[in-house]
Design a protein around this ligand. Structure first.
Ligand SMILES: Nc1ncnc2c1ncn2[C@@H]1O[C@H](COP(=O)(O)OP(=O)(O)OP(=O)(O)O)[C@@H](O)[C@H]1O
Ligand SMILES: [Mg+2]
Length: 538
């Protein structure tokens, strides 16, 4: 059990939340939701003890261990992969280390011997001897094979590091598990494995995610951050979202009697429970749904940014031509003999089971990585902007938001900057925040402001929705629909891909498919294409 009592968190004058009183109970999985910048990551830091709240306390049961998915990808660079995972259970790791040190002593004394015996007892109690094999299993399950286990962390690329850090959080059956956007860098299969893990997990789990599908699969409860408060609701994300919309409609309807509203709400709950009974985890979750009570739900205070990629410089006829381009990463083929000529009306969705293949292709055409073979050429009139999947390095500076954006502008005027930052929901003193402290979603909004300001006629975007909340994803979707230039996009959001792309390219190690004049759904549903795809993945 994890209890939060009277917690207040404040940065400067700004109060993030006040008087949070919550109990998190074993066997439940809580989805922590809220707009970008509402304080989800901050709240997890408070729960884990890595950030002191301004007021209030966080208490766990006796001897309970909290484990949190680390966000710092460089923290364990010098460790081996297997060690980094075992370090997730710090107590066991420290005991083993201490024992090794004692044995290495040249003057091993009686009291050292007693200490070793004590350590052995403790390790036995904690089941410490099996931790290494458990770590190995977790890594394998997460797609990090044996051949990586003895490598140093710094040798891994970021998508692999994330899996190792995830294994580190999960190892040793923690009593309280805190995961901040765990699916962001995971491929579909690994994300599904994590879903199953969380469904089976019997202790307290609290997960932050912007992925509706994931939240629906794993959550028994939703904790919503809004209005500086955190409110708990039973049920999964869809239930929360639909019941809150119903409550909102009812509030607007002054003519309906209270009794009628109650009845409508009950019917909704019954209908919802019936639908849920079809899903796999239904039996476990059904009990909770039966006991549901709709709490007081307020209309949300979430805001929409305004994203608009307009430009003046017209495109010529030459856009991008790629000829027989091939590249391997660490010996693994990403794409092979890939050729394509883009037209000025092309809005290309890039698919492929391996996300790294798309990322690598974008890096090559952006000049960030050399190709192994083949060539590419951009048209003279093309002015492209790149949204890299890993935008972290852009923010490793002590500039404030305003000065950060100014680096990328010829016009240094404050009001010019503010016009872009305002659209991205940075107003007033927000623009003087140090960019290092920005939340993931806020950083993406900065990147969008930078790209909008550049007035480009070609966008190359690699997973731009990863950190965004639903309001921002909607705004990005609209912005991309309005955009008149050439688009190269890799994105896990089906709706965005479906609504903006008119050409589909799939990159695989055995070859590629290129289908102009197809939408995503047409591509996925076409029987011929299904056969062609199957051949590429045998
Ligand atoms: N040390 C700090 N000083 C000042 N402001 C901070 C600090 N740390 C975080 N903030 C601000 O607090 C707010 C909450 O940040 P947090 O990272 O918790 O948001 P989040 O809900 O996790 O957002 P996202 O969905 O984008 O990840 C943000 O506006 C952020 O800029
Ligand atoms: Mg966050």
């Amino acid at each position: 059990m994890l209890s939060v009592k009277g917690v207040v968190v404040q940065f400067g004058k700004e109060e993030l939340f006040k008087d949070v009183n919550l109990n998190f109970i074993e066997g439940n999985c809580y989805g922590l939701i809220g707009a970008n910048g509402s304080g989800k990551s901050t709240f997890l830091k408070v729960l884990s003890g890595s950030l002191e709240p301004n007021r209030g306390t966080v208490e766990t049961g006796k001897n309970q261990r909290i484990s949190m998915l680390r966000q710092d990808h460089f923290a364990f660079d010098e460790e081996t992969v297997l060690n980094a995972v075992v370090m997730g259970h710090k107590h066991i790791y420290d005991l083993v280390l201490e024992k090794e040190k004692l044995y290495a002593k040249s003057d091993f004394s009686d009291s050292d011997g007693m200490r070793v015996a004590h350590i052995d007892d403790e390790l036995h109690r904690l089941d410490g001897w099996s931790i290494e094999s458990e770590a190995g299993k977790l890594l394998n399950n997460l797609g990090v094979g044996e051949e990586f286990h003895q490598m140093k962390m710094k040798q891994l690329d970021s998508s692999f590091k994330v899996r190792v850090l995830l294994a580190q959080a999960l190892v040793g059956n923690p009593d309280i598990l805190l995961l901040d956007e765990p699916t962001n860098h995971l491929d579909v299969e690994t994300a599904m494995w994590l879903e199953e893990f969380l469904i089976e997990f019997n202790n307290v789990a609290i997960v932050v995610s912007h992925d509706r599908h994931f939240l629906d699969k794993v959550c028994t409860h939703i904790a919503d951050i809004d209005f500086g408060k955190i409110t708990l609701y039973s049920g999964n994300y869809t239930f929360w979202s639909e019941s809150s919309q119903l409550a909102l409609r009812q509030r607007g309807d002054k003519n309906k009697k209270i009794e009628e509203k109650r009845k409508e709400m009950q019917e909704f709950i019954l209908r919802f429970s019936a639908n849920c009974a079809k899903s796999r985890q239904a039996t476990a979750r059904k009990k909770i749904l039966e006991k549901l009570v709709i709490d007081e739900i307020k209309p949300s205070s979430r805001k929409y940014p305004y994203i608009d990629f307009s430009f003046d410089q017209p495109l010529g006829n030459d856009i991008l031509s790629v000829v027989n381009l091939s590249k391997a990463v660490d010996g693994e083929t990403m794409f092979k003999d890939f050729s394509i000529t883009l037209q000025k009306t092309d809005r290309v969705a890039f698919l492929g089971r391996n996300d790294l293949a798309k990322t690598t292709f974008f890096k090559v055409i952006e000049g960030e990585a050399p190709a192994d073979r083949g060539s590419f050429k951009w048209g003279e009139a093309v002015k492209a902007a790149y949204f890299p999947k890993d935008f972290g390095p852009y923010f490793q500076t002590d500039l404030n938001v305003m000065d950060w954006l100014r680096q990328y502008s010829a016009n240094r005027d404050e009001s010019f900057m503010r016009s872009f930052l305002g659209k991205m929901l940075f107003s007033g003193d927000d623009v003087f925040k140090n960019v290092r402290v920005l939340s993931g979603g806020e950083k993406v909004r900065c990147m969008m402001a930078k790209i909008m300001m550049a007035q480009v006629n070609c966008l190359v975007m690699d997973e731009p929705t990863n950190h965004l909340d639903l309001e921002s994803i909607t705004a990005l979707n609209k912005g991309l629909e309005r955009f008149n230039g050439v688009l190269l996009l890799a994105c896990h959001d089906h709706q965005i891909m479906q609504s903006v792309a008119n050409r589909i390219v799939e990159l695989t190690p055995r070859g590629f498919l290129d289908k102009p004049n197809y939408t995503l759904d047409e591509y996925l549903e076409n029987e011929n294409i299904k056969l062609q795809r199957a051949q590429l993945y045998v």
